[in-house]
Write a protein that binds this ligand. Structure first.
Ligand SMILES: [Zn+2]
Length: 76
């Protein structure tokens, strides 16, 4: 079994915090730019327990939305 590469975040390739949700969130720096950074909430939910409660829910919601959008494509 091989160890996976640590995830990195944002323009500075900040390494993943092992205790935190792996979702990357958009962090606004000012009106002109922003960066991606790791979610600061504690993990423990969702697939493999890698997400915070909020993002775990978002993951599940997203899957449902996918299903809905493919349904609406069939409408025509
Ligand atoms: Zn999160």
């Amino acid at each position: 079994m091989t160890e996976r590469e640590p995830r990195t975040y944002g323009d500075w390739n900040v390494k993943e915090g092992q205790e935190r949700c792996i979702e990357d969130v958009y962090h606004k720096i000012n009106d002109f730019r922003g960066t991606r950074q790791q979610c600061s909430r504690k993990r423990g939910h969702g697939p493999d327990g890698l997400y915070c409660k909020q993002h775990a829910k978002a993951k599940l919601g997203m899957r449902q939305t996918d299903r809905f959008s493919s349904c609406s494509l069939d409408k025509e």
